[in-house]
Unconditional design. Sequence first.
Length: 164
Amino acid sequence: MDALEALRTRRSVRRYAPGREIPRDTLGQIVDCGRLAASARNTQPWEFVVVTDPGRLAEIAALTAHGKFIADASACVAVFCRDGDYPLEDGCAATQNILVAARAFGLGSCWVAGARKEHAPAVAALLGVPPGIGLISLVALGYPLDTPSPAKRPLAEVLHWERF
């Protein structure tokens, strides 16, 4: 699938086929796409923890208010960034790359917010993350049972030339 197709067809998927493992090489390639994201002054502050153990996925899901479906995912990529000037922006760029890469591999994904969420410190502790590195996002990954297709606002409604 080419990049434009992946961008145009990516949707948040919260229902995954049970028992289907994602190959480790595929997970590595997806995270590598996150690693290649743009970052302020090329600081590359990110760290990624890939979780595939069903018990650990359930623990992460239980910590979140809006990520209970992580328990049913094949994997979860926890995106962390070291403290700095732009950790949220940099981590969000990496997260978006992960979402698009997952789609390119035919996987479903869903972004669960991490930064400034109550569950962030507990997820970091669960995953053994040292101080000074904060959770930006959790990305559930799996083979989709269905792919939602919510309406997107038309380009003509959101594009402004020269001035708003």
